[in-house]
Structure formats: C-alpha cells, structure tokens
Design a protein around this ligand. Sequence first.
Ligand SMILES: [Zn+2]
Length: 463
Amino acid sequence: MSILIKNGTVVTAKETKRANVFIEGERITAVGPAVSAPAGATVIDATGTYVIPGGIDAHTHLDMPFGGTMSSDDFETGTRAAAFGGTTSIVDFAIQARGTKMREALDVWMAKAQGRATIDYGLHMIVTDLAGAGLEDMDEMVREGVASFKLFMAYPNVLMVDDGTIFKALSQTAKNGALICMHAENGSVIDVIVARAVAEGKKAPIYHALTRPPRAEAEAVHRAIAMAEIAGVPVYIVHLSSEDALNEVREARDRGLPAFAETCPQYLLLSIDDLARPGFEGAKYVFTPPLRPKEHQPKLWDGLKTDNLQVVSTDHCPFCFEDQKILGKDDFTKIPNGGPGIENRLHLIYHHGVNAGKISLNRFVEITSTTPARIFGMYPRKGEIAPGSDADIVIWDPEAVHTLSAKTHHMRVDYSMFEGFEIKGNARTVISRGEVIVDKGQFFGKSGRGQYIKRAARGGAWK
Ligand SMILES: [Zn+2]
C-alpha cells in the first residue's frame, strides 16, 4: 500500500514548502517537489491545503475513574473523536493506586486501550506512592516506554504527594531520563479555602474557581521548579492556566532552567465568566485548575508566542452534564472535574491562533505536534514530515468553515465547551501510519488499530 499526497503545501515546525509526500506502508519515504507516484499508488490531491504532521495530544484522560464515576469517552470513542479533529497520537495517564505497583496500573490501562484505540497512544504514569519499591518501579516503567510521570500537588488524600516524594521522583529522573509532569496547585491551602466556602453555604459551580486562586497555582509552579532545580532535572508543568503561573515559568527559563509548560484551549479561550453561567450550567466548565478572569488569556497567548509555553494539549476528561456533572448539583466539590476537548484542539488553536494572527502556521504545528513529540520521547517518529517518520499526516483545509457543537461532534459527551464557536480550518483527510482513517467527515479506522507508543527517555532532545 502506497500513497502519494501531491500539490499540497507541507508545513512543519521549521518550514513551509510546496512538496509531494510519498508514503510506503506505515512510513513516509520521500518528500519533495518532484516526488511522483509509481503505478498502483493511491494519489491524494492536496491542492489548496496544508499537509501537516498529525496532532499529538499529550494530556488526555480516557476511561478514567473520578469521584465515583468514569470519564465518558473510552479509548475507542475518544481516539475516534481525536482523529476527526486531526490528532493521530495521544498520551493518556495510567494511575498507580496507593500501595500497589505501577506495573498493575500499566496493565489496567493497556487493557483499556488495546482492542479499542483507533490511533496510537502512549501512557504517562501518575505516581501516588513511592514507598517500598517505588523508585525501582519508575525505572521499570521507563523500560516499558513510560518515559514520563505525573505527580499531584493538589487533591490531598486522593492524589497529592508530599514534597519529599516529589523530590525523590525528580531525583530518580536524573538517572533514568524520564520527565516529571506536575499538576501544580497548592492543594492543602485550597482545601482550607474550599472548606470555608462550603461552611458558608457557597456551593454553586463558580466557587470551584473562587476557591482555587491563581496564586495557589503560581506557588506550586514555583515550588515544583525549585525542587527540579535542586535535583538538577527538567520539569514539565501540565495545564498551566494563569498569568501568575506563567510568570514563574518565564522567570525560571530566563535563568536558563529546563522548565517546560503546556496550556490548553480552554484557558486560552474561556474564562471564569463561563462558570458563572445561570443555573447549574457552570458545571460544564468545572475542571482543575479552574478558568481564570479574561485578562489571563492574552498573557497565555503571549507565552505560546515567546516559547515560555511550549505545548497545547487538551486535558480531555469528559463527563456528561445530564447524568455525571449533576452529581455536584448541590455542592460544587462533588462535580466531576474535567471537560471535553480532544476533538477540537487543532480547530481552536488554528482559528484563534493562526487565523487571528497570534501565531504562525509553523508555530501551530510546533505546539500541537512537534514539540510534544520531542518532549515526550516520540520524535522524529512522530511530529515530523520527513523520510523515516511514521506516516501520521493531516491534510488541513484552511478554507473549511464549520461550527463546533455537541450536535455534530464525535466525543461521547452531551455538551461542548465551545458550543457555537465558528471555525475556519478543518482536517479534511487524516492518515495514521499510512492508513486513511478520516476523509471528508467519514471515519474509516478500525477500533483496536492504534498501537502503543514505546517512548524514549531523555537523550539530548531537550529545547
Ligand atoms: Zn489532567
């Protein structure tokens, strides 16, 4: 099976050029203006489109338990929705249960993905317990291709670990080359503020944001980076949401530290005003860290432009409004934390970033594909259009106008956080390892065709 994509404009993180792309089997074998198709090859005419590396969403939660329920997309529905939006790889999170080995969590999450995923997937490991053989467990995970670990500075008694545990994990990555990802919010302080609010009867969704101030995020980002600096290793801040937190990352990077951070479309485009919507509707926007006042949005866009933020991921963690978000109807602390986004990341960043003149086309590719591939040990197999790379390619139609809506999206959730957003630009054809899985709004990928990505630990790919 071979495919020639011709007459398109190839856009990578580095360059924009007229070139044809030839795919043999699962790999790209030639890129250039004169590359032609041998007899029998499928030819895709990409006139008027951009040919970009498939999107990589480095932060998703499919089939994830939370607060007595499960995120509503599993690996089948979630990866299919991702593909419709031009994402061809995800990195999801396995969660170590306290007192158990990470291997058990890895097995559980592999079983969730295998036979269901329609695109390729890697896994991070969420560390909740480093007692016993935890550090050796981390090394074992790295050998399995789990080259990154996430630790929580929030959610005391559930996921939060103390600074000593964080420091031990960071120090271990100096030896095994893994990357520590931090959920940075001061959970202990937040829990006190939350308890006060609840005692005062403040239980509407808006209090989810009002009890998690930006300074609680900034403080934790500062502390995480300081601990990484002491350990002499890089650190990656997940879902950075505020100007306060961004300033901490910038200060560290200005000093030359390998501090990295991602943000998500919701922080760039939504605000605390959405949490204040009438009735219980604000619950649709309850996730952590919370949405911030509008003034933070342009700062985050600036961060993406200046490379103080390197990645846009989604933190996709959907819960249906009707039967899941409702669990917190009388108390915001019981609203499942998370929102849907896996399908719309490229749409939103392309339209509000590239079309709006905030970032270049190449930067769009860099923050949605190439840099996540580099940081998470998949480059140049993923995130690149070059001979030898996996043929994960999106043929992006810059003229396609569409409106985001729960009525038409493919995520298994009954609302859209971006309902009614008009977007110019869409994935017309999506190719995953040489196979057309989406074409003009139709899905052709088989469930279970997605493969586990064994990711590489750090080896000079930083920056
Ligand atoms: Zn998350």
